[in-house]
Write a protein that binds this ligand. Structure first.
Ligand SMILES: [Zn+2]
Length: 92
């Protein structure tokens, strides 16, 4: 991601949840769910996503997958800088 929202939110959550007595044991770490790793050339990037559930005819168990976001849902900055030259806006 081009922004630091995931890191900042995890840091903020860790600070807020590090209240003595909040949990039975001391807080070790806080990870924001709803993220996935995508390939960008040879690099890996942590991006926000939504889980999706795919139901198939004749199959009881749904297939789980994720849909990576194009823009950061917290600040609106485009996640993939390679597509920055297009005319899209965060609200499209
Ligand atoms: Zn952001």
């Amino acid at each position: 991601m081009q922004c630091e929202c995931i890191e900042n939110i995890e840091k903020m959550l860790k600070e807020r949840l590090s209240v003595p007595g909040k949990f039975k044991k001391p807080l070790a770490d806080v990870k924001l769910k709803g993220t996935t790793i995508v390939m960008r050339g040879l690099d890996l990037d942590l991006v926000t996503c939504n889980p999706i559930e795919i139901t198939l005819v004749g199959q009881k168990k749904a297939v789980e997958s994720t849909m990576a976001h194009t823009f950061c849902p917290f600040c609106g900055v485009r996640i993939n800088p390679e597509k920055e030259s297009s005319n899209e806006t965060p609200n499209q």
